[in-house]
Design a protein around this ligand. Structure first.
Ligand SMILES: NC(=O)c1ccc[n+]([C@@H]2O[C@H](COP(=O)([O-])OP(=O)(O)OC[C@H]3O[C@@H](n4cnc5c(N)ncnc54)[C@H](O)[C@@H]3O)[C@@H](O)[C@H]2O)c1
Length: 322
């Protein structure tokens, strides 16, 4: 099978590329290298089935060529992470909304199956934990720019479902919860790589707010298995499906665990959200997925524990990941 992966030079995309190539498929990647890096796929470049095209998913002509030459599409390209969204408010909305519009329109014209990666952020401030795919969403006001990410991704979901409803385009939407593993950069505010790097370097771990907010961290190899399983399962087409771990930990406890697991002597400090993200920032207290649907559709559940995740991230950073 010939796959197109948009955003394939990113963290998750590079693992997905590797997984597909390992199984003998060919992979073309379309990436503008905005948050991704060619280093993420350097180890794949000797594979004759692997090709990288540098460009944007907002470029309709380029997307037209890429989609024409593939059988199925994983659409991962997106502005990612709340910090980036706060720093580049216009560009991020454009990438998420226009990019997905261009990709879906082309894929629909050629009737190719596609999977979109959305985010647990779309649940917003909902407290109906664990989050179920059909549950209500609760976004904050448009004056708080953080919610632009959730709303732009939700609009992508609406568009994908609209194509399914109007023309039965085989499309799956996955809502990813915090996904972690080797090659993830901490540059855009991702907590695990940031904490592990600080712990390894003996620097202070900065906990945002009181640290009682909690998250569930899923290993990228588990997520990749879920993405592949869902795209190849016909019953998943036209569905929105959560993929994430269910082991919940507060950010404060996460800092302690990372310090212990890495044998670090780092200290921890609390810093205000405002000092990191600017005034008026809101965070969600808990983000726990219901994964019953993924379980029912493809028998999916995460296999790797948080301890394994931390060890893998630490090993990657010790190996000199940038
Ligand atoms: N990592 C997580 O915890 C997480 C959680 C929820 C959702 N997601 C979703 O998973 C997907 C992949 O995220 P990731 O963690 O690998 O992040 P990433 O930043 O490493 O990957 C995104 C990739 O998209 C590329 N890209 C951005 N704009 C582009 C454009 N206009 N044209 C082409 N390429 C472009 C980037 O260069 C990068 O390689 C995204 O859709 C993201 O919203 C990730």
């Amino acid at each position: 099978m010939r796959y197109l992966i948009t955003g394939g030079c990113g963290f998750i995309g590079s693992h997905l590329s590797q997984s597909l190539l390992n199984d003998g498929h060919s992979v073309s990647v379309l990436d503008d290298l905005s948050t991704g890096s060619i280093h993420n796929v350097a180890h794949l470049e000797s594979n004759p089935g692997f090709k990288v095209m540098i460009g944007s998913v907002t470029d309709a002509e380029l997307v037209h060529e890429c989609v024409r030459d593939c059988d199925e599409v994983f659409h991962l390209a997106s502005a990612v992470g709340v910090k980036l969204i706060m720093e580049q408010p216009v560009q991020t909305i454009d990438t998420i909304v226009t990019g997905t519009q261009v990709v879906l329109s082309e894929v629909n014209r050629r009737r190719k199956p596609i999977l979109l990666t959305s985010t647990s952020e779309v649940y917003g401030k909902s407290t109906q934990v664990p989050f179920e795919e059909d549950g209500d969403r609760l976004a904050g006001p448009t004056t708080k720019h953080r919610w632009a990410y959730a709303c732009a991704k939700a609009l992508d979901e609406f568009l994908a479902m609209a194509y399914w409803k109007s023309s039965r385009l085989p499309v799956v939407v996955t809502r990813l919860f915090n996904t972690v593993g080797p090659r993830q950069t901490g540059q855009y505010g991702m907590v695990v790589p940031n904490f592990v790097r600080s712990a390894l370097e003996g620097r202070t771990l900065e906990i945002h707010g009181d640290g009682r907010q909690s998250r569930c961290f899923c290993h990228v190899t588990d997520v990749v298995r879920g993405l592949r399983g869902l795209l190849e399962t016909k019953e998943a087409h036209g569905q929105v499906v959560n993929l994430g771990a269910t082991e919940e930990i507060s950010i404060s406890d996460l800092a302690d665990k990372i310090i212990a697991e890495t044998g670090s002597s780092s200290e921890r400090v609390h810093v205000s959200y405002e000092s990191v993200y600017g005034e008026g920032f809101e965070d969600m207290q808990r983000r726990v997925p219901s994964i019953a649907k993924a379980g029912k559709l493809i028998g999916w559940e995460p296999e790797k524990s948080l301890t394994e995740i931390i060890q893998d991230v630490a090993a990657d950073l010790r190996d000199g990941s940038p």
